[in-house]
Each structure stands twice: as structure tokens, then as C-alpha cells.
Design a protein around this ligand. Structure first.
Ligand SMILES: Cc1cc2nc3c(=O)[nH]c(=O)nc-3n(C[C@H](O)[C@H](O)[C@H](O)COP(=O)(O)OP(=O)(O)OC[C@H]3O[C@@H](n4cnc5c(N)ncnc54)[C@H](O)[C@@H]3O)c2cc1C
Length: 256
């Protein structure tokens, strides 16, 4: 599979083996990577396999939820956090969700004809923080900042967020058949500090929509998000539907 295969048996060992991340391809569930290898498009020099690293802990302590990047999408789909579960249940099918991980979901780049990273929208709306390591050492940052940075040079170690205290809304649009990828996803959470708006599935990474948070005007979503054309939908269709989804989400949260 790779010239060198590294299989850490603890989080500390994974951090040590990852180092600065040079020449390393991180394997989580492998649902995006294995097809690339099978097709001959990916030939990793060094593969870091995380399945024995113990980075799959999911726990809620009081109002705080912490999870390792190896928590499966299936576990989130069956989990207690209904906002995250709504998006997790839509990823792939039962078999894909059983192998797919939350870390892989956030770190995956766009596919050949579709966007990935559906879980970015709810995690942004929840105000999640990501802990990662790589060049410059360990750091924790808002998930939207992690996604906007150079993800390939980082090893994700954990995700943390507070249980939502106010109303929330989950809006997704996709074609009605198995294995359909998202056309657009919108998640909004409200709290005493206002609202947080996350959008995913319209481009290569999920984005926080501060313009909508400030104005509460759905059309402002296009100030923060630049939808792409792919095999699933045109950019123009995404732009139109995104405004509809944001409006629905705002209405739902404001009328709760
Ligand atoms: C049939 C099918 C349907 C799918 N449908 C959807 C869908 O509806 N929505 C969607 O969002 N995705 C979909 N996917 C894509 C994919 O399955 C998911 O995004 C999944 O969550 C990826 O997780 P993984 O663990 O398999 O990632 P992997 O394939 O193992 O890795 C994905 C990327 O993330 C990197 N990575 C993984 N873990 C880490 C880490 N801890 N730190 C740093 N980098 C890391 C890898 O190096 C790689 O670049 C689908 C895939 C298939 C095959």
C-alpha cells in the first residue's frame, strides 16, 4: 500500500510518528483514500494508520462533549447530539458510516465530482474547537479556522464543544438516492451570545457565515460562501438553494 506503514498504538505514539507531517498520509477509516489507492491516483510514501491509536473516545462530561478524530460517523449518527446526528445519518450509507470517521470527514478534500465534509456545518454552528499537531507543535483553534488553514500538514487529535443551550436548525439538500453527496448543508445554533451559522457541502471546506450571524439576512450567506460547480449541482443552483436553506434555518431558530 505504502513504502512505509506506521501503526501507532497510542495517541502519543501517533503524535511522535507524525512529527512535522512531511511525506505522511494519515489513514482514518480510509473511505476516501482506499479508492484513490485502488485507482492508482494515490501512492503514499509513508502511511500513518490510526485505527489502533486509541483516538476514538467519545465522552460528554456535564455540558462538554469531547471526541477523538477516529469516532465513526455511525457513532455520531446514533449519538445523543441530535444536531450532529442529523448530518451524520446522511453521510454515504450504513457501510460507509461504519468506517468513516469525524476526523476524516473534516480533513477530506473535495472528491472528483462532489464535495465532502458535511459534518463541518454542525460543528461550526456548535462552536467546536479542534486540537491538532504538526509543524509548530500542538494547538487548539475554532473548527472554521482549522478548516481554513493547511489541513494536510496537521494531525487532528480531538474535537470539543459545549452542548447547545438554545434553538438550532439543520437544513440539508441532496438528491434522493443512495450515495448522493450534499448539494448544500446549513446548521444554525442560537445561544445568549447570538447565532452561529455553518455551511458545508457547497465547496471544498465548511465555512462559518459571520455576515448572516450579524445581519440575520439569508442573502448575506453569499458574502461568506462561494459555491462551486460539480457533478452534483451547479454553482448557480447551489447559490439559489443556499439562500432558501439559510432562510428556513433562520425562521426555525427565531420562531423556536
Ligand atoms: C459511497 C460514499 C459516499 C460518501 N458520502 C459522503 C457524504 O454524503 N458526505 C460526506 O461528507 N462524505 C461522504 N463520503 C466521503 C467519506 O466517506 C467521508 O467524508 C468520511 O467521513 C471520511 O472519513 P474517513 O475516516 O474514511 O477518511 P479517510 O479516507 O481515512 O481520510 C480522509 C482525509 O482526511 C485525512 N485525515 C483523516 N483523519 C485525519 C486526522 N486525524 N488528522 C489529519 N488528517 C486526517 C486523510 O489523510 C485524508 O486526506 C462518501 C464516501 C463514499 C465512499
Amino acid at each position: 500500500m505504502a513504502a512505509e506503514t506506521l501503526v501507532p498504538s497510542s495517541a502519543d505514539e501517533a503524535v511522535e510518528l507524525f512529527g512535522d507531517g512531511d511525506d505522511i498520509t494519515v489513514f482514518a477509516g480510509g473511505t476516501t483514500l482506499m479508492p484513490e489507492i485502488a485507482a492508482g491516483r494515490l501512492k503514499p510514501a509513508r502511511a500513518l494508520l490510526l485505527h489502533r491509536s486509541g483516538l476514538d473516545d467519545l465522552r460528554t462530561d456535564g455540558d462538554v462533549t469531547q471526541m477523538g478524530p477516529m469516532v465513526t460517523v455511525a457513532a455520531l449518527a446514533d449519538g445523543a447530539d441530535e444536531l450532529l446526528a442529523r448530518f451524520a445519518r446522511q453521510v454515504g450509507d450504513r457501510e460507509v458510516r461504519a468506517g468513516a470517521t469525524v476526523g476524516g470527514n473534516l480533513c477530506a478534500s473535495a472528491g472528483l465530482g462532489s464535495q465532502r465534509g458535511d459534518l463541518g456545518a454542525p460543528l461550526i454552528a456548535l462552536g467546536a474547537h479542534v486540537r491538532s499537531t504538526g509543524k509548530g507543535g500542538e494547538r487548539s483553534e475554532a473548527v472554521e479556522d482549522f478548516l481554513a488553514g493547511e489541513r494536510s500538514g496537521r494531525l487532528m487529535l480531538g474535537i470539543e464543544y459545549d452542548r447547545p443551550t438554545g434553538a438550532w436548525s439543520a437544513q440539508t439538500l441532496r438528491r434522493r438516492h443512495a450515495h448522493s453527496y450534499a448539494i448544500a448543508n446549513v446548521a444554525i445554533c442560537s445561544s445568549g451570545d447570538g447565532i452561529r451559522v455553518g455551511v458545508s457541502g457547497v465547496g471544498p471546506a465548511a465555512v462559518r457565515c459571520r455576515s448572516v450571524e450579524q445581519s440575520r439576512n439569508a442573502e448575506d450567506v453569499l458574502k461568506d460562501v462561494d459555491p462551486v460547480d460539480d457533478a452534483v449541482a451547479t454553482a448557480d443552483y447551489r447559490r439559489r438553494m443556499l439562500i432558501v436553506l439559510v432562510r428556513r434555518a433562520l425562521d426555525e431558530v427565531e420562531s423556536a
